[in-house]
Design a protein around this ligand. Structure first.
Ligand code: VG1
Ligand code: CO
Length: 548
């Protein structure tokens, strides 16, 4: 019989450097001959143990976007050729990012490949992405993504097998040249984990008492999870979950749960007869948007409020070991950590930097200003987890989201916070802008910005307290004498031009001033941010594309 394993000669393709979260490119780029195969083989080459993949299991799933199914078939073939014993794949190729992390950990596998470009648009003209998570269930740390990139620059061949497609819709085990492909229910393991973390009987009682949730799955991956958990296990009425069917192009929307792309949800929550809680998630289910009746909760505030109240959910009843937040995320969580008497860690942007802290047991809850919150239950941020924790807190406190927020600010003070994104600006202009800021850094301390003295101006560098690795150039920050901050960095997830993110924060201790519109409260700093970086002048933009 002819050997079904094929070794295909190939050559390096430029530009395969993973960004903040995996390799993201236009679908059309991934569709080029050998492109996906080159990167998958580069992953395998970078992570292969000396003894090979014999006996190892790979987890595979994605957010349901266009090109996921073709990619899944190729990866299964390549896993077989590379010697894996088993692939666990979500039915229909579906696994949310947090569910993939859960499956990797629960089944003690080698790791997993997640097919997603997260909040980026999908469809044939949209984006595709691929990321590798290690055995702890977390995103590959920087030394591994660097190794993948290095492997992609010297690749000469990849392995695949000449076999028909597996049926990804049929649950159960199929054989691919001696490798077992097990198609699993993408929701089951994850739902079971959520049931252990939270007080489901109490949440059922909450919904039975008439509590109203509106969850917008944005036609992305959380639809099946949200239907099964909220409307199934917790008995919320049908219609609680909207846009709950994953579509390859997300219904032609960006699956980004922010105030631009989830505007419909925002409008419902600000309208008459709004539900008690509005929430949304992104393409791959790791982000969350939280809106109370009449009040948007900034992700930075949500992290702080969840941390302050986490002990009300069974999983966190014993308290928190510590809290971690990404550098641009507001200091609201730091105030909670201080009150709890636990450490607060400041990491670069991207969930991969939380993995070591979580593995070492140094932190229990982590979060990013970009609507990512999670805990030590998996090694990814987790959108539905955040919604369930909010629900559990609401069920215990029996107060509105707005009342909880106002009490929180009265206790800890309010960190007014906003992020301004300038999307798809000219790449050269973006780099010029950042270089201009870096040049100013030495002369900024002592200067007056927005009426206050600059206390610290630097390009954030992170020393990982667990493995001692250093990640430099993680964002320019200008900190004023009262702790107010302006932070600038370029996005590492876009696929067209550059995206400048400007993060602005100011603390307000006086409860009489806790109800200002955020953009008004921060107006002086917003103007100063433009002046310092010459944003209008260099980008030609008069306003941000997205304000959160
Ligand atoms: C963005 C966010 C970052 C997040 C990353 C991945 O990165 O700012 O906080 O971890 O997306 O999230 P960047 O480099 O574009 O700022 V997701 O939901 O795309 O996996
Ligand atoms: Co995401």
């Amino acid at each position: 019989m002819k050997n079904p394993i094929l070794t295909i000669p190939t050559a390096p393709i430029a530009g395969m450097k993973p960004g903040t979260s995996g390799l993201r490119k236009k679908v059309t780029e991934f569709q080029q001959p050998h492109y996906l195969a080159n990167f998958v083989q580069s992953i395998f080459n970078a992570v292969r143990p000396t003894e090979g993949f014999t006996g190892q299991t790979l987890v595979l799933g994605g957010d349901g976007r266009f090109f996921n199914l073709e990619a899944a078939q190729l990866i299964i073939r390549m896993a077989a050729a590379n010697g894996f014993a088993r692939v666990l794949v979500g039915q229909g190729g579906i696994l949310s990012t947090p569910a993939a992390s859960c499956v990797i950990r629960k089944h003690q596998t080698f790791g997993g490949i997640i097919l997603s470009a997260s909040h980026n648009a999908g469809g044939p003209a949209g984006d595709f992405g691929i990321k590798f998570n290690a055995a702890n269930g977390g995103p590959a740390p920087e030394h591994l993504t660097e190794a993948m990139y290095a492997a992609s620059q010297v690749i000469t061949e990849y392995g695949t097998v000449d076999t028909p497609d597996v049926d990804l819709h049929r649950l159960g085990t199929q054989d691919v040249v001696g490798m077992a492909v097990e198609v699993i229910d993408p929701v089951a393991d994850y739902a079971e984990l959520m049931g252990r973390l939270f007080d489901f009987p109490k949440l059922r009682a909450l919904f039975a008492s008439g509590f109203r949730l509106r969850f917008d799955a944005m036609h992305a991956v959380t639809g099946p999870y949200a239907h099964a958990i909220f409307e199934g296990l917790l008995g919320a009425p049908a219609g609680t979950v909207v846009n709950g069917t994953p579509l390859p192009d997300f219904g032609d929307h960006h699956p980004d749960p922010n105030l631009v792309h989830a505007k419909a949800l925002y409008d419902v929550m600000m309208g008459a007869d709004a539900p008690d809680l509005g929430a949304a998630s992104d393409g791959d289910g790791d982000r969350n948007l939280i809106i109370g009746r009449g009040l948007f909760i900034s992700p930075s505030d949500s992290l702080a409020m969840l941390a302050a109240n986490a002990h009300r959910a069974p999983a966190y009843a014993q308290g928190l070991a510590g809290i971690a937040r990404s550098m641009p995320t507001s200091g609201a969580a730091d105030r909670v950590a201080a009150a709890l008497g636990v450490p607060c860690f400041e990491t670069p942007t991207g969930w991969k930097f939380f993995g070591n802290l979580l593995d070492a047991g140094k932190v229990t809850i982590c979060g990013e200003e970009s609507a990512g919150t999670g805990s030590d239950h998996v090694r990814e941020k987790d959108g539905l987890w955040a919604v369930l924790l909010w629900l559990n807190i609401l069920a215990e406190r029996r107060q509105s989201v707005a009342d909880i927020a106002r009490e929180h600010w009265a206790t800890y003070g309010r960190n007014y916070y906003t992020r301004h994104d300038y999307e798809e600006i000219d790449t050269a202009a973006a780099h010029q802008l950042m270089a201009g800021l870096r040049d100013q850094l030495p002369s900024l301390p002592g200067r007056t910005v927005a009426g206050k003295q600059v206390q610290l101006a630097d390009d954030f560098s992170y020393l990982d307290p667990v493995d001692g690795s250093v990640s430099a150039k993680q964002g320019v920050r200008v900190v004023l004498e009262d702790g107010s901050r302006i932070v600038y960095r370029l996005s590492g997830t876009g696929t067209a031009g550059a995206t400048l993110r400007v993060y602005i924060e100011q603390f307000e201790g006086d409860p009489a001033r806790h109800d200002l519109p955020t953009q008004d409260a921060l107006a002086a700093l917003i103007a100063a941010a433009d002046e310092l970086a010459r944003i209008r002048e260099l980008t030609g933009r008069t306003e941000p594309s997205v304000i959160t």
